[in-house]
Design a protein around this ligand. Structure first.
Ligand code: ADP
Ligand code: MG
Length: 239
């Protein structure tokens, strides 16, 4: 059974469909990249899965449990889904330890072991008492990842999580992030407009255009056998 099962999502704004009959599945331990140009409907898809926007049709299951369709709507905090966005949105008034423990009942005091484990994994143990403004962008990103994973979400949604980072740091942080995601066994839906990022991180690429998934498969399949000329052009300038 897939961890995340998205079936036929459609979302219209003012009569215009920005997400059109989108279906895909993500297995535990797998990274699926929703890849496509700006405005093609990636973030809208992710927001619907998160439960902060509502589809016009379609349904979503997590571990076989229906979390939303036309009638049912499980609230975001009870979906077993974690979120990580481009602006890391750490809480500026809280030290690192409380930021990481934020989604855990009882805060840091009740969860010292889990917080310590995650800080060790992201190599931030020495910053346990630091505040976000004392950290570099890359360090804040690692704390945001630790915070998102702390409650052990079955599914993690990431919307352009590396785009705020210095270009020179990105590949290193991508690789570190991927290693931790694999250790945790999370099913990941990663939104990106960068083919290079999808090729580097994805088990499965969902290529999106004008609200539709036009091709999906393993990265090398999309690279070697693009569905059409436009898809070929999209992958041609990978560095
Ligand atoms: P992407 O993340 O791929 O860049 P989005 O999902 O953010 O694309 O947006 C897809 C389209 O939907 C865009 O044309 C955007 O302007 C439109 N859109 C997104 N959110 C809203 C909204 N709340 N109201 C109206 N239009 C929206
Ligand atoms: Mg977006």
């Amino acid at each position: 059974m897939p961890r995340l099962d998205v079936q036929g999502l459609t979302r219209r704004f003012d009569g215009h469909a920005v997400v059109r009959d989108v279906s895909f599945q993500v297995q535990a331990g797998q990274v699926a990249c929703l890849l496509g140009p700006s405005g093609c409907g990636k973030s809208t898809t992710l927001r619907i899965v998160a439960g902060v926007d509502i589809q016009d049709s379609g349904r979503i299951l997590v571990d076989g449990r229906l979390i939303c369709d036309g009638r049912t709507r499980v609230p975001p905090e009870r979906r077993g889904i974690g979120l990580m966005f481009q602006d890391f949105a750490l809480f500026p008034h809280l030290p690192v330890r409380e930021n990481v423990a934020f989604g855990l009942a009882g805060g840091w005091k009740a969860n010292r072991d889990r917080v310590a484990e995650l800080l060790d994994r992201v190599r931030m143990t020495r910053h346990i008492d630091s505040y976000p403004h004392e950290l570099s962008g890359g360090e804040q990103q690692r704390i945001a990842l630790a915070r998102a994973l702390a409650p052990r979400p079955g599914v993690l949604l990431m919307d352009e999580p590396f785009s705020g980072l210095d270009e020179r740091l990105r590949d290193g942080i991508r690789d570190e992030t991927l290693a931790l995601l694999k250790e945790e066994g999370t099913a990941v839906l990663l939104v990106t407009h960068e083919p290079h990022e999808a090729m580097r991180m994805a088990d499965q690429i969902l290529l999106m255009r004008d609200g539709r998934i036009v091709q999906q498969g393993a990265p090398y399949n999309l690279y070697n056998a693009p569905v059409d000329r436009q898809a070929a052009g999209f992958f041609s300038d990978i560095n």
